[in-house]
Ligand binder design. Structure first.
Ligand code: HPA
Length: 283
């Protein structure tokens, strides 16, 4: 298959990822894929039978330039469920073409993952929410000004006009709440506004987003979700509310704070992700 087509590039990345991750042994197709956002990459190191393949060794997968995002495609398992995991992701604001931004997510789907769980760091818009809260996405607003599906449609991946009426799988959303409850905490749920960045928003933009129905805001996730729904992959997504959004927060926003809060929520997040992966693997 030619590298001049999306399918050709995807198949090349997938083939090399299989080879590198199986190290000469049999390749075990992952059931669940995971995208780890800002400050959340440490989860990959908790996988059983972990094998890491650096993005640099995989064609067409760009490496992130953002602090807190190391770049490895990680293979392993969680409670017996075979998992593939992106430790670090790239963002549109880094200047990568949209195809590159979603290439890792598409690769995980082509490797076999039928459910993909996406995590991100986000600013909280909803009154009463606090840094450290975790929010399951019920829906999103794609305000990046881009779509992962612009260009000729790749019919082998999915239809020209994919349905987005249940972008975030209802079964996975319900499973996240159940797992959190069993672990002794509760989750927020709401609409994630995905913006281009890289600036944080102005207070006026946050007021606009609240009027539009957003509960949290960030700079990722929506393009991956679009690419994955095109491929009919089930998507679950979770925001770690790392700060209150601009104008609500009394202090200046900065990336160090975002990373620090994400890390402080690590224990809750690890417990949740482990249970969520097992539930997703059983679906
Ligand atoms: N805005 C946008 N992206 C973010 C934020 C925010 O407040 N916090 C973490 N990622």
């Amino acid at each position: 298959m030619s590298e001049s087509t999306l399918l050709g590039r995807l198949d090349e990345t997938t083939r090399i990822a299989r080879e590198k991750s199986s190290r000469g042994g049999a390749f075990v197709p992952p059931r669940v894929g995971l995208v780890l956002g800002s400050g959340l990459g440490g989860f990959a190191d908790t996988l059983e039978n972990l094998v890491k393949v650096p993005y640099q060794e995989l064609p067409h997968l760009p490496s992130s330039t953002v602090v807190g995002h190391s770049g490895n495609l990680c293979f392993g398992s969680v409670g017996g469920v075979p998992v593939v995991c992106m430790q670090g992701r790239v963002h549109l604001y880094e200047g990568h073409p949209v195809e590159s931004v979603v290439h890792g997510a598409r690769t995980m789907a082509r490797l076999g993952a039928s459910s993909i769980l996406i995590t991100n760091a986000a600013g909280g818009i909803e009154a009463g929410w606090a840094p450290g809260d975790l929010m399951v996405l019920s829906d999103h607003l794609n305000l990046t000004g881009q779509s992962s599906l612009v260009g000729p449609n790749e019919d082998a991946l999915g239809p020209r006009f994919p349905d987005m009426s249940a972008a975030y799988d209802p079964g996975l959303r319900e499973a996240a709440h159940r797992v959190a409850k069993e672990a002794g905490f509760s989750l927020r749920e709401g609409v994630y506004a995905g913006l281009l960045g890289p600036t944080y928003e102005t207070p006026a933009e946050i007021r606009m987003l609240r009027t539009m129905g957003a509960h949290a805001v960030g700079m990722s996730t929506v393009l991956e979700t679009i690419a994955l729904r095109h491929m009919k992959v089930k998507v679950g997504a979770l925001s770690c509310i790392t700060n209150l959004a601009a104008g609500i927060s009394k202090t200046e926003l900065n990336h160090a704070e975002v990373e620090e809060t994400a890390r402080a929520s690590r224990d809750k997040l690890v417990a949740l992700l482990r249970g969520w992966i097992v539930a997703a693997g059983a679906q």
